[in-house]
Design a protein around this ligand. Sequence first.
Ligand SMILES: *Cc1c(COP(=O)(O)O)cnc(C)c1O
Length: 373
Amino acid sequence: MPAINEWNFSAGPGALPAEVLDAVREAVVALPETGLSVLCTSHRSAWFENLLAEAEENLRHLLTVPAGHGIVFLQGGSSLQFSMIPANFAPSRCDDPLYIRSGYWSAKAIAEAGCVRPVAVLWDGAAEGFRTLPDTAALAARRADRPRRSTAPAYLHYVSNETVEGLQFGEAPDGADLPRIADMSSDFLSRPIDVAAHAFLYAHAQKNLGPAGVTVCVLDRDLLERVPAGLPPMLDYRTHLQYGSNYNTPPVFGIYVLTLVTRWLRDTIGGVAAMQRINRDKATRLYRTLDDLDGLVQMHADPGVRSVMNVTFRFRDPRLDAMFLAQATAAGFSGLAGHRALGGLRASLYNAVTPAAVARLCAFVTDFAAAHG
Ligand SMILES: *Cc1c(COP(=O)(O)O)cnc(C)c1O
């Protein structure tokens, strides 16, 4: 049986809403507004200029982005931001930026920032197997332990949702007045966020907002005075702001699909607070199903920090993981294998994954457990 689009629990590129896919199918052949294929439309066309403006406007509206924050659409994925952020925002006059090391992706962000300049790990969850996140008290204790310097750390970087391990911050970690920088790649637009509390946040499209190829960065313009002279223009955030994300050829198709997804969020779902309620209900349902199978299934994340987006678990008998995957695939599900770094199983419940699909998955898990428990 081929995979069923609606039952795609992939961690990324992830599911997209059916109505968006329908509109894309049409636009690949001919855009309703222009008659040209979206794949063959100039980034200098009036149509694309309007599209860029709408994409930005929709994001500003959905997330209540303050006027002082700019929005840019870049290529290079979230991984390119790992090195652009320290290159732009951690000049040598600042003390080493602080990073929270809470899982696979924040560890990668730290390693790649370290190629640009020294950085400091404020808190590290590796010893506990990346199952938990620091609370305010833990972060304050780590800061108190740090040697006193005459200059403040450049910023505090964290990953709001650790996609591989399935850990999610309930709210932004206490940054003690440092500029907060967040990788929100796997939970952007899944819930309201306090944009004003962030100097910089970023998310590529391919988990919650579109296809791979475009990354959204939201940045406080005040941070730009830190950008050192002499950066190559493509690696300087000021270039992309100045040219309105149209310095070189932007990913027209990705920005188009992202715009459709923001329209869907605004008009069909009714905004990110409504999206959050739906997402919480989906996650609650799946976690409850898995918790009921305690003797058979082991959850990865500590209950207090479980992600609403990525549910990570394994069968206590590892042979059952492989059997579950094979049977789920045969039934039309896809994307349920855990990340190669962690193994086990993972169900990603991004915005476009419907409550009905989650209900089907829960029923499948329960039936599988009854047959093998
Ligand atoms: C998937 C992911 C990345 C990697 O993004 P690329 O666009 O592939 O570079 C970075 N951060 C987080 C939190 C992710 O989930």
